[in-house]
Ligand binder design. Structure first.
Ligand code: NAD
Length: 250
C-alpha cells in the first residue's frame, strides 16, 4: 500500500518550483523534479532533496509538448507510483515592451508555453487522480501571477494574458472535477526574488518597484512555496477553485 504521497512540479530546477520541491520533500512527499534544460541544477536539487525523502527523480521534458508530457507522467507512474499532487509551475516571459512592439512569434510562444503546459499536465493528472478514472483523488496547484489582475502594462501584456487564462482554467477545471476527489487551486505571486526577472531584461526589477508594494519588499520563493503546499495539502480539504495572492498586499 502506498504511504508516501507523490508530487510532480513542472519547471522545478530553480526559483519557486525548486523551493516547492524542497518543501514537499521536507513534508515527506516523493518528488518529481521536471526541468527542460538545466540538468545540472536539477541534479543538484535532487541531491539536496534526498536528505528529506528517499523518493526523488528528475525528468527532462518540455511540458508545452504533449508527447513529452505523456512521457513525464508515464515515468512518474513507473518510478514513483500513483500521483497525489501536480504543481503547474512553468512560466516564461520575454523582454519588457508594449503590446504594439511585440511580434506574433513572441505572443504565441508565451501563450503556448504558459497555458498549454498547464492544460496538458492537468489533463494527465486528472486521468490519474479522478474517481472517474479509478483514482483516489488529488490536488492540482497552478502558479498564476498577480499579472493576471494587473495586466502588466508596458512590460508584458502577453504574459499577463497567459496568467489570466490559467486563472480561468483553474476555476473551470475545479468545477469539472470537484465531485471526483480532485481539487484545483492557484497561487498568484507578486514580485518574488527569482531569476525570471532577468528574462524580462531587468534582473533588479524588484528594487525599482518595491516601494509600490505595501509590505515594501519583494517576496521569497519559499513564501510562495508555503502557499502552494497549503493548497495541495489536506489542510485545505474544502478549498477548490480558489486563489491565494502572495503579493505582499499589492
Ligand atoms: P523561473 O524562471 O526561475 O522558473 C521557471 C522554470 O520553468 C525555469 O526553471 C524554466 O526552465 C522552466 N521552464 C520554462 N519553460 C519550460 C518548459 N516548456 N518545460 C519545462 N520547464 C520549463 O521563474 P520563477 O519566478 O520561479 O517562476 C515560477 C512560476 O511563478 C512561473 O509560472 C512564473 O510565471 C510565476 N510567477 C513568478 C513571479 C516572480 O516574481 N518570480 C511572479 C508571479 C508569477
Amino acid at each position: 500500500m502506498q504511504t508516501e504521497k507523490i508530487v510532480v512540479i513542472t519547471g522545478a530546477s530553480r526559483g519557486i518550483g525548486a523551493a516547492a520541491a524542497k518543501l514537499f520533500a521536507q513534508k515527506g512527499y516523493g518528488v518529481c523534479i521536471n526541468f527542460v534544460r538545466d540538468d545540472v541544477a536539477a541534479q543538484q536539487l535532487k541531491n539536496e532533496i534526498l536528505q528529506y525523502t528517499s523518493k526523488c527523480i528528475t525528468v527532462q521534458a518540455d511540458v508545452s509538448k504533449a508527447a513529452e508530457v505523456q512521457r513525464l507522467f508515464d515515468t512518474v507512474d513507473i518510478k514513483l507510483g500513483p500521483l497525489s499532487v501536480l504543481v503547474n509551475n512553468v512560466g516564461i516571459l520575454k523582454n519588457q515592451c508594449r503590446l504594439d512592439e511585440m511580434d506574433e512569434q513572441r505572443f504565441s510562444q508565451v501563450l503556448h508555453t504558459n497555458v498549454m503546459s498547464c492544460f496538458l499536465c492537468s489533463k494527465q493528472a486528472v486521468k490519474r487522480m479522478s474517481s472517474k478514472y479509478g483514482g483516489v483523488g488529488g490536488s492540482i496547484v497552478n502558479v498564476s501571477s498577480g499579472a493576471a489582475k494587473s495586466g502588466s502594462p508596458n512590460e508584458y501584456v502577453d504574459y499577463a494574458a497567459s496568467k489570466g487564462a490559467i486563472d480561468t482554467l483553474t476555476k473551470g477545471l475545479a468545477l469539472e472535477v470537484a465531485a471526483e476527489g480532485v481539487r484545483v487551486n492557484a497561487v498568484r505571486p507578486g514580485l518574488i526574488h527569482t531569476d525570471i526577472h532577468a528574462l524580462g531584461g531587468e534582473p533588479n526589477r524588484i528594487d525599482r518597484l518595491k516601494s509600490k508594494i505595501p509590505m515594501l519588499r519583494g517576496g521569497k520563493a519559499t513564501e510562495v512555496a508555503e502557499a502552494i503546499y497549503w493548497l495541495a495539502s489536506d489542510k485545505s480539504s474544502f478549498v477548490t477553485g480558489s486563489f491565494i495572492d502572495t503579493t505582499g498586499g499589492l
